[in-house]
Ligand binder design. Sequence first.
Ligand SMILES: C[S@@+](CC[C@H](N)C(=O)[O-])C[C@H]1O[C@@H](n2cnc3c(N)ncnc32)[C@H](O)[C@@H]1O
Length: 353
Amino acid sequence: MARKRIPREPLEEIGQGFMKFRIVATAVDLRLFTRIDGRSVTVDDVRSLLQIGERPTRILLNALAAMGLLEHRRGRYRNAPATREYLVEGRPRFYGDMLRMLDRRVWDGYRRLEWSLRNNRPVAADPAIGDTFQTMARDPAAVRTFILGMHSVGAEIARKLTERLDLSRQRHILDVGGGSGLYSIAFARKNPRLRATVFDLPHVLEIAREKIGEARLERRVGTGAGDFFRDPWPTGADTVFFSYILHDWSPETDRGLLRKAAGILPAGGLLILRELFRDDDGPGPLQAAIGSVTMLVETEGENYAWSTYESWLREAGFGRFRRVRLGSSKSGSGFLLARRLPDTPGSRRVPTK
Ligand SMILES: C[S@@+](CC[C@H](N)C(=O)[O-])C[C@H]1O[C@@H](n2cnc3c(N)ncnc32)[C@H](O)[C@@H]1O
C-alpha cells in the first residue's frame, strides 16, 4: 500500500515567513506604498523614486505583487486594496508602524530567542537599568518606534472595541499604561460625556499629548505621569482600563496591579482588561501562543488564560465577569469585564502594593 504523503508545504510556509516579513517591512521603510499611492507605476518610475537599480526594483515589485500587496497589469504596478488601507502613511488604520516596530525591535529579540529560553529572561531588558520599559526609556527613538507600533496595531482593535463596549454609563476612565492614548481617544470620541486619563511614564505621555491634540480632545482626555508600581494612581475614575499591560508582567506583579486598581475604584466600578487571551484548556489560540514567545524575549510576562485573570481579579475584590471575544478564533483577542464588588462587613479592604 502506498504510503500517505504528508505535505511539506506548511513547513515551507514557515520558512518563508521571515522573507515575506522583511520584504514588506523594507518596502514600508522605503515608504514605497505611500509614495506610489493613487498611481499606476512602472519599474522605471519606482527606480527613479527610490534611487535604486533596475534589477532590485523589478525584483522587489514582483515579490510584492506575487504576495498580493501590489496589483500588476501590463507592466504597471499599483497598491492592492489592503495595501491602500493599511500600508499608506496617514490612513487611519495605518499598520506600517507596527511592522517597523517588529522589524527594528522585536526581530532582534527573536534572533536571541535561545538565550531567553535558556535564561528565562527578556533579551530586551538591561538588568543594570531595569525592566524593558525603563531600558527603552534611555532611547527616545526606540520609545517612539514602540509606542507608534502599539498605536498602529491598536487602531483596528479600538474600532472593534468601541463597537462592542457600552461605556455610556461611565464617567471617567483611567487608561493604565495607556501609551499613545489611542483607546482613551477612541472611547472619548464615541462617548461625548466620558473623560479619560492616560496614565503612563512621562516620556511616553509626550506622544500621547500629540495624539490627543491631533484628535482635539484635550478638554476630555488628560494625562497623568507616573510609575504605576511606585506612584499613587490618579483617583476619581469609575472605570479602569488595561490594554496589553498585564501580559508584560509576572503573575505576582499583575496581582499587585489589580489590587491597585481595586483600591481606586468605587464599589460597582468597572474594570476592562484587553489582551490576547489563552484558552482555559489548551495551548492556543495561535496568536496568543506566539505572542507569549514575544513576551518571553521582551518582558517577564506571557499571555495568560481567561480563567487565570478571573482568579486574580476575584482575589483582588472583583466579580460579575463577562468575556467578550473580538476577531477570529485564531487570535484570542478580546476583553474581560469585571465589577469592583462592595466590601462586605468583616472583609478587609485588599492591601495595595
Ligand atoms: C505594551 S504597551 C501598551 C500600551 C497601550 N496600553 C496599548 O495597548 O497600546 C505597555 C505600556 O505600559 C507602559 N508602562 C510600562 N511600565 C510602566 C510603569 N512602570 N509605569 C507606567 N507605565 C508603564 C509603557 O510605557 C507602555 O505604554
